[in-house]
Design a protein around this ligand. Structure first.
Ligand SMILES: Cc1cc2nc3c(=O)[nH]c(=O)nc-3n(C[C@H](O)[C@H](O)[C@H](O)COP(=O)(O)OP(=O)(O)OC[C@H]3O[C@@H](n4cnc5c(N)ncnc54)[C@H](O)[C@@H]3O)c2cc1C
Length: 402
């Protein structure tokens, strides 16, 4: 049984089905993909934020080619950022002076980790404003392993591979391949209970009351939500409160050619509501109608009416984003040109990256991991999640799934 049909769940399901195991996948959403779905409106196709698949090796590239064929395209531009009001090539991290990096020392805080590699001056001047804008806490409170992930796992210095019809195309291809290999992918079907008597998983109850007996369960949905489904119940300290970061994504259409040449731009300016802008035709021309462009603006915040970004109504937030494209960014002369396609709000996008709440964030996964037959598939990025799903599948297969 696989809980969740996002990249992690589909990665697990595909690997299990191809190995000949009997697999049922359940997800409450109507389409596969989790956060990696491609939405369609007014002739535009767009993802829930810019979704770069960070591909690290030739086997993963071959895996993508097999699933997507000619629809796998190369976007030959790295992430960009805004410095002194100008869009420049490379992330804030890539703006570092061309000096040899000192040997990496592992530090518990992102500030310590980054300063040991790049020097405190550069980190405080160039990286801090952006990282704090995204995460909403001081760099001294952000865990060092988040900085390591940023450095090592989430870099695309020369460009990246991307599905021509959006990240959802990859998810659809994975779900299709899993089904063809024999997986039973049940959408619009939430898991409602995980039966784990005597510390061993026995099965799952699905919405509608169906009981699926399963000696192995891959958890590819948020661990805290899965721990909340356990019967008998998880101890209360496992399900303690966790502060979550929210994101509001504003999609603005323009009835003209591209605004920039960049797929993804990081923006650290505190006057600008968004921290990242992604212009979809620069990811793939097939996402926008000829002669029009769409720009998605990711505004990281707290899902609280008192938050200066979240608290704005959709129209006011969209207007503030369009105005910021004019001033201070200087990318748009007339903000009234921009037409709102959608304002999408994700109130619980990810746990606030604060060292103080790391134990509370980890507790549900640690507790689930102690139940025999449960295999966790955590992933903080698309390909990382697919690989976590594959590892969970391998663990289930190694312990005798059929
Ligand atoms: C704005 C934004 C931008 C991002 N940009 C990037 C990027 O550039 N590159 C990158 O690699 N990653 C990016 N990510 C991260 C990426 O989206 C995630 O890492 C990835 O989706 C994680 O996959 P997952 O399968 O673990 O979880 P999810 O995609 O969250 O899927 C979890 C699934 O579990 C399901 N579920 C929930 N409850 C139940 C239940 N009761 N029963 C069964 N199923 C359930 C959900 O419906 C969902 O489909 C971004 C994320 C956001 C929000």
């Amino acid at each position: 049984m696989v809980l969740g049909a996002g990249p992690a769940g589909l990665g697990a399901a595909l690997a299990l089905a191809r190995a000949g195991a009997r697999v049922v996948v359940a997800d409450p959403a109507a389409e596969p993909g989790g956060l990696c779905v491609t939405r369609r409106r007014d002739g535009f196709a767009y993802d829930i934020g810019g979704h770069i698949p960070f591909v690290r090796d030739a086997p993963r590239r071959a895996w993508l080619e097999e699933l997507l064929g000619d629809d796998l395209r190369w976007v030959g531009r790295p992430v960009a950022c805004v410095r002194d009001g100008v869009v420049v090539r490379g992330r804030y991290l890539d703006q570092r002076p061309p000096e040899p990096e000192p040997a990496a020392t592992h530090d518990a805080t992102a500030r310590g980790e980054l300063a040991s590699r790049f020097g405190a001056g550069f980190v405080d001047r160039v990286m801090r404003p952006y990282l704090e804008k995204v995460d909403g806490v001081a760099l001294e409170a952000i865990p060092g392993d988040r900085a390591r992930r940023l450095l090592e796992g989430q870099a695309a210095p020369d460009g990246f591979l991307f599905p021509a019809h959006g990240i959802g195309q990859l998810m659809d291809a994975m779900a299709g391949a899993a089904r063809r290999a024999g997986a039973d992918v049940r959408l619009s079907t939430a898991a409602e209970a995980i039966h784990a008597p005597d510390g061993r998983v026995a099965g799952v109850r699905l919405a509608g009351g169906a009981e699926v007996a399963a000696p192995h369960v891959v958890v590819a949905m948020p661990a805290a939500a899965a721990a909340g489904l356990a019967e008998p119940e998880a101890p209360p300290d496992v399900l303690g409160p966790v502060r979550m970061r929210a994101v509001a994504i504003v999609y603005l259409a323009l009835g003209r050619g591209r605004l920039t040449e960049e797929p993804w731009i990081q923006v650290d300016d505190p006057r600008v509501p968004f921290a990242r802008a992604f212009e979809t035709p620069n990811w793939s021309p097939r996402l926008t109608p000829e002669g029009r462009t769409l720009i998605g603006l990711e505004c990281y915040c707290r899902a609280d009416p008192g938050d200066p970004v979240w608290g704005l109504g959709d129209a006011a937030l969209a207007a503030a984003c369009a105005e910021a494209l004019r001033d201070p960014l200087g990318l748009l002369d007339d903000p009234s040109e921009a037409v709102v396609v959608e304002v999408l709000r994700i109130p619980r996008a990810y746990p606030v990256a604060d060292l103080a709440q790391v134990p509370a964030v980890r507790a549900p996964a640690l507790w689930l991991d102690g139940i025999e037959g449960i295999h966790l598939a955590p992933g903080a990025a698309v390909i990382e999640a697919v690989e976590a799903g594959e590892r969970a599948a391998a663990a289930a297969l190694a312990s005798g799934v059929s």
